[in-house]
Design a protein around this ligand. Structure first.
Ligand SMILES: [Zn+2]
Length: 224
């Protein structure tokens, strides 16, 4: 079973669905991550050229800690991610290459423009990858059965699925710790854990969870 995560910036994968990634890996599933930008605008002190490389390195270490198999950096312009035919074709080809059973994307109401664009681009590419059209994109058609939308800093209004990540909280914390360039700006650990506590509270005392909207699902197994 294959899992593919679309992340607008390095760290969105860990914050949005890092616990779910760790659980997939523990269950023997191959997880790959595609980063649309390398987050090179994410600092007020480090210049863009330096920061892009730094953040790719941070993402690689964090992903390795979670057990991710393969990373793809598309190096689009951080803060100005745009829906272009070339990028759309690249995403279709990546979906056809990785053939995921589950894809993760940011949720549609995320207020960060790059996250919104990633949602739109990824969901559109998932639809287009499934059919025989778009002959400009290489690869055999592949329909992704399950698509889940994760939250970063804009909470999901209509939660449709909760993943209990209590058992992997330490692993996610360890992964997030590699994103030092971002932790210098804000206490992401407290923010991630606060959100996981809030989402987990409905599952029972001291539970941690990640919340999702269901974009597509093959059966009722993902309904809450
Ligand atoms: Zn982001």
């Amino acid at each position: 079973m294959q899992v593919l995560v679309f992340a607008p910036h390095p760290d969105d994968d860990v914050i949005g669905c890092g616990g779910s990634i760790a659980k997939h890996v523990a269950a023997g599933r191959a997880v790959d991550v595609v980063y649309l930008t390398s987050g090179n605008a994410g600092s007020i002190t480090i210049d863009k050229d330096t920061l892009g490389g730094m953040r790719e390195n941070e993402a690689a270490q964090a992903a390795r800690h979670l057990g991710v198999r393969d990373l793809t950096f598309l190096r689009q312009d951080d803060g100005y991610l745009a829906d272009t035919p070339a990028l759309a074709t690249t995403l279709i080809e990546l979906i056809r290459k990785h053939r995921p059973d589950i894809a993760y994307v940011p949720h549609a109401q995320d207020r960060h423009p790059d996250h919104q664009t990633t949602h739109t681009l990824a969901v559109k590419a998932i639809g287009q990858a499934s059919g025989p059209h778009f002959q400009g994109a290489r690869g055999e058609p592949w329909a992704v059965p399950t698509v889940l939308a994760y939250e970063v800093w804009t909470p999901i209004q209509r939660v449709q699925y909760l993943e209990d990540v209590t058992d992997v909280v330490g692993r996610v914390r360890g992964a997030l710790e590699f994103h030092q360039s971002q932790l210098e700006l804000l206490d992401y650990q407290a923010m991630k854990d606060g959100l996981a506590q809030y989402r987990g509270s409905v599952l029972g005392p001291n539970r941690r969870a990640e919340a999702f909207e269901i974009v597509t699902a093959p059966s009722s197994s993902f309904t809450q």
